[in-house]
Design a protein around this ligand. Structure first.
Ligand SMILES: Cc1cc2nc3c(=O)[nH]c(=O)nc-3n(C[C@H](O)[C@H](O)[C@H](O)COP(=O)(O)O)c2cc1C
Length: 176
């Protein structure tokens, strides 16, 4: 097969090849960027996540998938409460700051407030405060299901989107 053709019948031979194929295919999934937060024993915790979804309207609920090795995981489980902040283009600096290795420094940038006992970003597009009602472990991650305690949103929404290992502005996407 020459380099310009893709053989879709080709099944990756080993686990490394399968992981590479997965990583490469996932690069092409455009994802909304969220800051997932909690407060435990007076300390705020947060990580950036894309594995987030609305779950149901009845009851109003969301799910988030969090690596069990992440600094947020233990505190969220202990507190049984978390915040889901939908980041907009204007929050790119907060998103980048959230990748800081120091978990305790992550809230030093941005207008952070509290909603139903969890940290919410005043300038986020939307914020949800949830109580943890179910946790399911799978591989390296936990799927946390949260029932809504409170939510708020802004009228102007310009989403921050992660695509092909970069942040992009989907309002500038071709065809819009
Ligand atoms: C764009 C992006 C999306 C991410 N999505 C997730 C996610 O959905 N779940 C998750 O556990 N970690 C996700 N991460 C990794 C976490 O943000 C974080 O770096 C990692 O859990 C280590 O956190 P810690 O330093 O607080 O332990 C993502 C990172 C980036 C840059």
């Amino acid at each position: 097969m020459d380099g310009s053709m893709v053989d879709h019948n080709e099944i990756p031979q080993d686990r490394d090849a399968l992981l590479t194929a997965f990583r490469d295919a996932m690069r092409h999934v455009a994802a909304t960027v969220y800051a997932i937060t909690t407060i435990h024993a007076g300390q705020r915790y947060g990580i950036l996540a894309t594995a987030v979804s609305s779950l149901s309207f009845d009851p109003p609920s969301l799910l988030v998938c969090i690596n069990r090795a992440a600094s947020l995981h233990g505190p969220l489980l202990a507190e049984q409460r978390f915040g889901v902040n939908v980041l907009g283009l204007g929050n790119r600096d907060v998103a980048e700051h959230f990748m800081s290795p120091s978990a305790t420094d992550r809230f030093s940038l941005g207008a952070w407030e509290e909603l139903a006992g969890v940290p919410v970003l005043a300038t986020a597009q939307s914020s949800f405060a949830c109580s943890l009602v179910h946790a399911h472990d799978f591989g390296t991650h936990s799927i946390f299901i949260g029932e809504l305690l409170a939510a708020h949103h802004r009228q102007d929404a310009t989403p921050l989107t992660y695509f092909d290992r970069n942040y992009i502005d989907i309002s500038e996407a071709p065809g819009r």
